[in-house]
Design a protein around this ligand. Structure first.
Ligand SMILES: Cc1cc2nc3c(=O)[nH]c(=O)nc-3n(C[C@H](O)[C@H](O)[C@H](O)COP(=O)(O)OP(=O)(O)OC[C@H]3O[C@@H](n4cnc5c(N)ncnc54)[C@H](O)[C@@H]3O)c2cc1C
Length: 345
């Protein structure tokens, strides 16, 4: 029988906003468990762009997304949040009027007095091109994200897609790779103009070759290692391009999945909240970060951080009914001493 985790706050989603919520809960002396469908912490920052610099985090002029996640984990560490990774929360119900009961698809059970949903675009995954034998190459020579750019040193790579991610990685990897192809179905890009002009410069210098208008048709290789990719133009004329790696950036598929069944007010792929508290329509359930919506919502990490603070302060009243919260700055309250940590445990 699996052990049931009992905590004050269950945070669904270990992206940057869920991680900062764990810190905020800790500062208010509330314990928390952070649950994520992915096997690692960091949400979009870790899964999609760990090596990319972010420039709009307050107080950090430039920080790589992966480093931001390391910092958020370190910031929450004094409060020892319990991380439950690799399982999607598939059910959420209230046992009685107070306790929420969450279950993951891996059979883990969590009981909490309040719930914060920091689930971003839902349990997300990359859009995969419809190629017959794709599983054979996935994560060895066919990639949906770049974890370690050194893997592409002196390799022949094909980058497929026409959005920001595809263009950013063309621009970043062109100097490392032996040869870089950019494959797209039309000669128009949904990317920042500066990225498009940088890519065009690389094409002019011969470092990048465009394969346009083409689509992926097939994969050739052995034991997970690609040797060539078959592509076809809009008239169906096919070509084989020799390569070592294929990087596909066709966006994310958004799937709120089970969250739709939790009687929350849903707008498209988002949960409606009161931005002054991050409360949803269900008492004790909050939504923060990309998944939360209200008038003029900005989907930024900075916005999500503020929502996490609002939610934690409001949830204090649910976790500690009848106790007034005396607002304190972190500079006044400080972090828990070793002795205080032992007392809590
Ligand atoms: C290429 C790129 C560049 C970006 N650049 C910037 C930038 O410069 N500045 C900026 O502010 N923002 C940027 N963003 C946006 C930023 O990454 C998001 O706003 C941020 O990640 C949202 O954080 P979050 O914690 O709300 O959600 P996410 O990071 O999406 O994390 C949500 C987590 O919830 C998990 N989850 C979902 N449903 C469940 C479930 N049912 N059970 C368990 N787990 C679940 C998911 O697996 C995921 O790990 C960028 C995004 C991309 C893709």
């Amino acid at each position: 029988m699996t052990q049931i985790v009992t905590t004050d706050i269950a945070i669904i989603g270990a992206g940057p906003v869920g991680l900062f919520a764990a810190f905020q809960c800790g500062m208010l002396d509330m314990s928390c468990a952070v649950i994520d469908a992915l096997p690692e912490l960091g949400g979009q920052c870790s899964a999609l762009y760990p090596e990319k610099p972010i420039f709009d985090i307050a107080g950090l002029p430039e920080v790589k997304a992966g480093v931001l996640i390391d910092n958020l984990v370190a910031q929450a560490k004094p409060f020892d949040p319990e991380y439950i990774l690799g399982g999607q929360v598939i059910s959420l119900h209230q046992d009685d009027d107070t306790i929420f009961h969450l279950v993951t698809d891996k059979g883990r059970e969590i009981r909490a007095k309040a719930v914060m949903i920091a689930a971003g675009p839902g349990a997300f995954g990359p859009n995969r091109p419809p190629l017959d034998n794709i599983e054979e190459f996935e994560h060895t020579s066919l990639h949906y994200m770049v974890r370690n750019p050194c893997c592409f040193d002196d390799q022949t790579i094909i980058i497929a897609g026409g959005g920001d991610s595809a263009l950013d990685w063309v621009n970043d990897l062109a100097d490392r790779a032996k040869k870089t192809y950019l494959l797209h179905r039309r000669d128009k890009f949904r990317a920042a103009p500066a990225s498009v002009s940088k890519m065009e410069d690389l094409v002019r210098s011969g470092k990048v070759e465009k394969l346009i208008p083409y689509q992926l048709k097939g994969l050739t290789g052995q034991s997970g290692q690609l040797s060539a990719v078959k592509i076809a133009d809009l008239d169906g004329n096919e070509r084989d391009i020799d390569c070592d790696h294929l990087l596909c950036f066709y966006g994310l598929n958004q799937n709120l999945g089970p969250i739709r069944d939790w009687n929350l007010k849903i707008q498209g792929y988002h949960i409606e909240i009161d931005p002054t508290t991050a409360c949803t329509n269900r008492e004790g359930i909050y939504a923060i970060g990309d998944i939360a919506t209200y008038k003029n919502k900005l989907k930024l990490i900075a916005t999500g951080f503020a929502e996490a603070a609002q939610a934690a302060h409001h949830a204090y009243g649910i976790v500690n009914p009848g106790q007034a919260l005396h607002f304190e700055y972190s500079t006044t309250k400080g972090l828990p001493s070793e002795e205080q940590k032992k007392e809590r445990a």
